[in-house]
Design a protein around this ligand. Sequence first.
Ligand code: ZN
Length: 309
Amino acid sequence: MLKIYQQTIKNKVTFEGIGLHTGKESKINIIPGTEDQGIIFKRIDLEKDNIVVASYDNVSSAILCTTLKNKKGVKVSTVEHLLAALYVAEIDNVTIEINSDEVPIMDGSAKKFVDGIKKAGLKKLSKKRKYLKILNKVELIDGKRKIFVEPNTTSSFEVNFQLNYKNKIIGNQKNLVNFQTDQLDDICQSRTFCLFEDIEKIKRFGLAKGGSLDNAVVVDKNKILNEGGLRNDKEFVNHKILDLAGDFLLSGYRILGKVICYQGGHELTNMFLRKIFNTEKVFNVIEPVDFKTSKKFDQKELEKIAVNA
Ligand SMILES: [Zn+2]
């Protein structure tokens, strides 16, 4: 069942830890939001121009992580796992205070964020949540990478992801997840990953300064370097699905449609969201009908539901 009303968090929740790319300690406070405000970051280490809205058109860089930047150049990076946690926890409106320019990486997955948010509790707001219902297929091909979205009949957000690595441990992994009906524990627990041979290259770009086996799966040629190995059989592709859900929340909506992605990542997802919003007649913004509170139930309303179901 789709949630009808917007939600926020009931109580403030705090997370702290190291930033994956900056290597700096940072702390975030997620505080309750109001109807229609969306997800907003507030850099509390800065006195002015410190609001950064979590929107796809504020994405300034999407190489290895998703970075948001406001018009004054103030940034917040590595937002995707926190956004994915807000997606899974069904949160629409919150302010995220942050004392640095990077969200803590925690254990490389969304699990700690999801658990903390659920523990803080959810609060139903009075306005209805808007969904973006896909009406026609949209496709983006970029070399070997491809992503498309098509209408589905299940009124849900489905993601079918496939990745293809030369490395034999990662290899070809694919998974199909329905965010409305499937158990999402494996998705939330799946950690970010990299190849051991790429670490030096990444560090030369000044990235992954905070990276370690505590917050990423590291794959050497034929083995996983983390003690205990993988958390689930499809951890690599499941993490990509987690990233995609977080990046899609930057659309400002939950999408009703089926996304199919080959070899994608943050950058492709952002290019794709821009394409969706720049293409005419591919989606409708809808609100689900609340049968419990709708006083009069007329035929016109029924027809609207039938079209949107
Ligand atoms: Zn990730």
